[in-house]
Design a protein around this ligand. Structure first.
Ligand code: PBG
Ligand code: ZN
Ligand code: ZN
Length: 330
C-alpha cells in the first residue's frame, strides 16, 4: 500500500502553490530605506564601501525620493552625517540642532512626501567628537544618566520636527522609558512610534556604516554597551525590558547571523511588530559575492529577506530597498 503522507511535492508544484507556503509574504510596506543625510546641502557623495549608496544633501532629497515613492516606498530611516567634523562636540549638539541635517530633512520630507513615513535613528556617535554613542565620564566610560537625558532630548526634538517613528540605537540602559516620558510631557506620545533597537549586537558588520557616517569611536569600542554576539540571554532580557519601558516595536540587528534572536523576539513579543536591520556589512558582502559570481544578486537578496519574514519580522531595514521595490513589481 502506498503511503500518501510521504508525498510533499504535491503541495508546491506550481508558482502559486509555492507562494501559498510562505509564512509571511514579503511586501513593499515591510521595507524601510536607510538614508544618510549630509551636512553639505547639495551633496551626492559616493560611499566607497556601499555600492549605489550616497550621502545626500537636503537639497537633493527630492531627486532621491520621488522615483522611489512612485514605486511604492512607504518608509525611510534617517542618519545624519557631519562631513565637517569640526562641528562635533562632547554632547553631540548638532544631532538635534534646527540647523542640523536631520531636523531639516524631517521637515522637508514631511512637507514634500506626506504619505512617506519618517523614522529617525537616535544616536550620538555621528555627532560626538569622541565617536561614542553616549556621553562620557572623564575616564572615558559611559555616563548612562547624562546619556539617557540627552537622547530623550534629541528624541523629543525629532518628534517635534515631525518624525513619526523614533528608533534609538544607542544601547543605553533605560532610554526607552526616558524617551517615552519625554514624549508624554510634550504631548507627543500618541503620535510617535518607539521602535527600539533592543537586541543590537557589537558587530563587525557595521564597518561600512561607520565609514559612511564617520562615526567610528576615537578610542576603545562599543562592546560595553552593544550586546556580546555570542549571548542570547542578554538579548532576551533587553527585549523584555524595552517592552516594559514602553517600546512599540522591537528591532534585532544585524539580521543574517542573528535569525535565532529574531525568532526569540517574535516569541517574546508576539503582540508588537518585529524589525530587523540588514546592515551595511551584510549589504556590502552580498554585493561583493554577487560581483565575484558566487550567486545572482536578486535571488540571494530575496532569499535573505524571505528568511527574515519567516523568522518573524514585519519590518526590514535594508539598503536593497530600491532594488526590492523593482523586483516586487515584476
Ligand atoms: N549607533 C549608530 C548606528 N546606527 C546604525 C548603525 C549600523 C547600521 C549599518 O551598519 O548599516 C550604527 C553603527 C554602530 O552602532 O556602530
Ligand atoms: Zn551610535
Ligand atoms: Zn545609530
Amino acid at each position: 500500500m502506498s503511503n500518501v503522507s510521504s508525498i510533499l511535492h504535491s503541495g508546491y508544484h506550481i508558482p502559486l502553490t509555492r507562494e501559498w507556503q510562505s509564512v509571511r509574504p514579503l511586501t513593499k510596506s515591510a521595507l524601510m530605506y536607510p538614508i544618510f543625510i549630509s551636512d553639505k546641502d547639495d551633496a551626492k557623495d559616493v560611499i566607497s564601501s556601499m555600492p549605489n549608496q550616497y550621502r545626500w544633501g537636503v537639497n537633493r532629497l527630492e531627486e532621491l525620493l520621488d522615483p522611489l515613492v512612485k514605486k511604492g516606498l512607504r518608509s525611510v530611516i534617517l542618519f545624519g552625517v557631519l562631513e565637517d567634523s569640526s562641528k562635533k562636540d562632547f554632547r553631540g549638539s548638532l544631532a538635534d540642532s534646527p540647523d542640523g541635517p536631520v531636523v531639516r530633512a524631517i521637515k522637508l520630507i514631511r512637507n514634500r512626501f506626506p504619505d512617506l513615513a519618517v523614522a529617525c535613528d537616535i544616536c550620538l556617535c555621528e555627532y560626538t567628537d569622541h565617536g561614542h554613542c553616549g556621553l562620557l565620564f572623564k575616564d572615558g566610560t559611559i555616563n548612562n544618566t547624562e546619556s539617557v537625558a540627552r537622547i530623550a532630548e534629541v528624541s523629543v526634538n525629532y518628534a517635534l520636527a515631525g518624525a513619526q517613528i523614533l528608533a534609538p540605537s544607542d544601547c543605553m540602559d533605560g532610554r526607552i522609558l526616558a524617551i517615552k516620558e519625554g514624549l508624554i510631557q510634550n504631548q507627543l506620545s500618541h503620535r510617535v512610534m518607539l521602535l527600539s533597537y533592543a537586541a543590537k549586537f557589537a558587530s563587525c558588520f557595521y564597518g561600512p556604516f561607520r565609514d559612511a557616517a564617520d562615526s567610528a569611536p576615537a578610542f576603545g569600542d562599543r562592546s560595553c554597551y552593544q550586546l556580546p554576539p555570542a549571548s542570547r540571554g542578554l538579548a532576551r532580557r533587553a527585549i523584555q525590558r524595552d517592552l516594559r519601558e514602553g517600546a512599540d516595536a522591537i528591532m534585532v540587528k544585524p539580521g543574517t547571523a542573528f535569525m535565532d534572536i529574531i525568532a526569540d523576539a517574535a516569541n517574546l513579543a508576539p503582540d508588537v511588530p518585529i524589525a530587523t536591520y540588514h546592515v551595511s556589512g551584510e549589504f556590502a558582502m552580498l554585493h561583493a559575492a554577487a560581483k565575484a559570481g558566487v550567486f545572482d544578486l536578486k535571488r540571494v537578496v530575496l532569499e535573505v529577506m524571505n528568511g527574515f519574514m519567516r523568522a518573524g519580522c514585519s519590518i526590514i531595514l535594508t539598503y536593497f530597498t530600491p532594488e526590492l521595490l523593482d523586483w516586487l513589481s515584476e
